[in-house]
Design a protein around this ligand. Structure first.
Ligand SMILES: [Zn+2]
Ligand SMILES: [Zn+2]
Length: 307
């Protein structure tokens, strides 16, 4: 089952004709729609937003990711190329140490071309893009990024590297067979690539209402995670939900006083057009509010390392 095969929302909302049924444990991404959907949502959110200009730039970046994703062979055709993790219990695309094929840099080039062509770039961004045209730099930066060890001076370049790796790993995940992707014992990590999620979404209606899915920050896979359990430490005794007063409550921070982290959750019942990737970026105000009160985010958004 892949979101976007028929309608983008079908996988989240369930089949309206069907009864309530067991939720799918894992929903693989559709690389043909994933980035376009985020671009459209960012575009819609940018209008009238205090950070509208920045969101519009990120919408352009998502469109560039969409173009890069379209340059790869259709998902599934390359399934034979997907390296299988040897160790039992490792996810199939274990991100740290995955043998990247050179094609990921082709995606990076397309992405850089699109951003350079479509955006009025400040000089600093133009210099960042120029420095990524070099052959060696992207591989070293990609290794750093996938190990969670980006140096502060590389944060600007890391945004483009992260964006290109999202395209590549989403392409790989889209080619997997969902039957071969069991949930990990560490339920807070992606069953395809082992990365943390960007945020969670709670479904509203359909055959599996009120179910929580976490959305992978790297490969765009969504996986089921029981609600009211901290996605970081697995405890449930000291969780609470916080939202910004005066909003519709579609974006909430789930804070945990056992491990002092929080993760953002989005509620489709409050807003059926939500996209976890776009809405995470557009709800930075909620991060600032919760961080000021002392909780640390469970994991960064890969496009925001430069913050
Ligand atoms: Zn993943
Ligand atoms: Zn916790």
């Amino acid at each position: 089952m892949r979101p976007g095969d028929t309608a983008a929302k079908a996988a989240w909302m369930g089949n309206p004709q069907g009864g309530v049924s067991a939720p799918a444990a894992v929903i693989l991404p559709n690389p043909a729609t994933r980035f376009r959907r985020t671009a459209d949502r960012l575009d819609a959110l940018a209008a009238g937003h205090p950070m509208g200009e920045w969101l519009a730039f990120l919408s352009q970046l998502s469109l560039a990711q969409h173009a890069a994703a379209g340059s790869f062979a259709p998902a599934g055709a390359n399934a034979a190329d997907i390296a299988k993790a040897d160790g039992a219990g490792l996810p199939p695309l274990a991100a740290d140490g995955y043998p990247r094929a050179p094609v990921w840099r082709q995606g990076l080039e397309i992405l850089l071309d699109h951003v350079a062509r479509r955006s009025a770039l400040p000089d600093r961004a133009a210099a960042v893009i120029a420095s990524l045209r070099d052959r060696a730099a992207p591989e070293a930066l990609a290794d750093d990024f996938l190990r969670g060890a980006v140096a502060p001076e590389d944060a600007g370049r890391a945004m483009f590297i992260a964006a290109a790796l999202q395209v590549y790993f989403t392409h790989l995940a889209g080619g997997l067979d969902v039957a071969q992707v069991p949930l990990l014992p560490e339920r807070g990590l992606c069953p395809c690539c082992g990365s943390p999620p960007v945020a969670g979404m709670v479904t509203a209606s359909g055959s599996t209402p009120g179910v929580r899915y976490l959305s992978c920050s790297l490969c765009s896979t969504a996986w089921n995670h029981v609600r009211a359990v901290c996605i970081t430490c697995g405890r449930s005794g000291r969780l609470s939900l916080k939202s910004i007063e005066g909003t519709n409550g579609a974006a909430k921070a789930e804070t945990c006083d056992d491990c002092h982290t929080y993760a953002k959750m989005f509620y489709l019942g409050q807003d059926p057009d939500l996209d976890p990737y776009a809405d995470d970026l557009a709800s930075l105000g909620l991060d600032l509010m919760v961080a000021a009160a002392g909780w640390s985010r469970h994991a960064p958004n890969p496009l925001l390392l430069a913050r």
